[in-house]
Design a binder for this molecule. Structure first.
Ligand code: SAH
Length: 367
């Protein structure tokens, strides 16, 4: 008979861990919460915790697909080529992109789909979304990390992926940057500071007391891996996320539950935890690996350059008045300014091999 292991909530587990081992870093806390959160549910959509660009409109994935087709032609149409998506959520972006790529049958024949996804719940969802393509004979495989993706040129995309990776946080103290920790006080999870400053990272000069600095070590190592792979095998990775360009301090750790902000320490593993993405650091990590970086552009400007207005007008031609209004609302949300729109807060960065000195809609960055 199959025995069911006793269930212990993540909160209880974390409290026990901290009581025995002492405070844990914000990075470890985020890692444990996010693994539980994504591993146990589909958090996307109106009935979930948050909505992403591909879930807002099919136009997003379609335009990303056509952008990739353009880059593939600039690369000299390599075959085979890997379509790689990092953190595909429900698989909607890849599905919409593949549908748009039917207009380039040579690319469809050259493609295999490689999905990098750690959540079993979301892998299942992605399999359902991509079923028509799998039935039609397209090779779709799942991987834990980029290392598992077979060699060869890549067309890679990561939408709202880097913001879901754990970061370390440091707080300016009189004696240096001290790591921000999660500990216990009166039986409750609380933020605190490491007893000693951290000297092992190349952190900038100490700022105003209490200033918080984020260090996206996991994201930087993933960007470096991506760049190393592209520099060697050829191809491009398109990174789209809520983030900033340039040096910035401050606590950007956010918890979202049912589309509302929540306390990041309340109900661990039951809310989405994100931080804003440091694009300058990602680009630098890529350039250090011998890849080129292009961008960054606002999401609005990028989608406009790819012709989103024409695509919206085309879709509206066969839409009911209600559907046409929904298309206009999606267009405004994807491209419009804050508040209400994602157009300027969300940014686009491409990492590419050195032969891709010019790519559509993004300017090369000086290295
Ligand atoms: N790109 C999708 C989903 C974004 S949510 C969209 O735009 O709709 C973040 C996604 O990254 C989820 O699919 C989550 O399960 C996945 N993920 C989070 N951490 C990961 C990791 N370390 N490795 C692979 N996938 C991860």
């Amino acid at each position: 008979m199959k025995t069911v292991p006793p269930k212990i909530s993540l909160e209880k587990h974390l409290k026990g861990l901290i009581a025995y081992d002492g405070p844990i870093s914000v990075e470890r806390y985020m890692g444990l919460c996010l693994a539980h959160y994504y591993g146990s549910r589909d958090p996307l959509g109106q009935r979930g915790d948050f909505v992403t660009a591909p879930e807002i409109s099919q136009m997003f994935g379609e335009l990303v697909g056509l952008w990739m087709a353009d880059v593939w032609m600039t690369m000299g149409c390599p075959s085979p080529v890997r379509w790689v998506e990092f953190g595909p959520g429900r698989g909607t972006l890849t599905m919409d992109a593949l549908r748009a790529l039917r207009t380039t049958p040579d690319l469809m024949r050259a493609l295999s789909v490689e999905l990098i996804e750690t959540s079993p719940a979301l892998r299942q969802k992605q399999r359902e979304t991509l079923k028509p393509f799998i039935r039609a004979g397209l090779s779709v495989r799942w991987h834990e990390s980029l290392d598992e993706v077979p060699s060869g040129p890549c067309l890679a995309v990561a939408n709202e992926f880097f913001d879901a990776l754990p970061v370390r946080q440091f707080v300016a103290a009189a004696d240096g940057w001290r790591e921000r920790m999660v500990g216990l006080r009166d039986g409750q999870l609380v933020f605190g500071l490491a007893p000693e400053p951290n000297c092992s990272l190349p952190l900038p000069a100490i700022g105003e007391p209490e200033t918080i600095l984020e260090w996206p070590g996991i994201g930087l190592s993933m960007a470096a891996d991506m760049a190393g792979r592209l520099a060697e095998n050829g191809g491009v990775a398109l990174i789209i996320d809520y983030g900033y360009w340039g040096y910035k301090t401050g606590d950007t750790l956010q918890a979202l539950r049912a589309h509302a902000f929540a306390d990041p320490l309340a109900q661990p593993g039951e809310a989405d935890l994100t931080t804003h993405v440091d694009f300058r650091h990602l680009a630098q990590a890529a350039q250090d690996k011998g890849a080129l970086a292009h961008g960054v552009s606002g999401q609005g400007e990028f989608l406009m350059a790819l012709g989103i207005i024409i695509r919206a007008a085309h879709l509206k031609r066969s839409a009911s008045p209600g559907e046409a209004a929904a298309i206009d609302a999606a267009l405004a949300r994807l491209t419009g300014p804050h508040p209400g729109g994602m157009g300027d807060l969300f940014k686009v960065l491409a990492i590419a091999d050195r032969t891709l000195a010019a790519i559509p809609a993004l300017q090369p960055l000086a290295s």
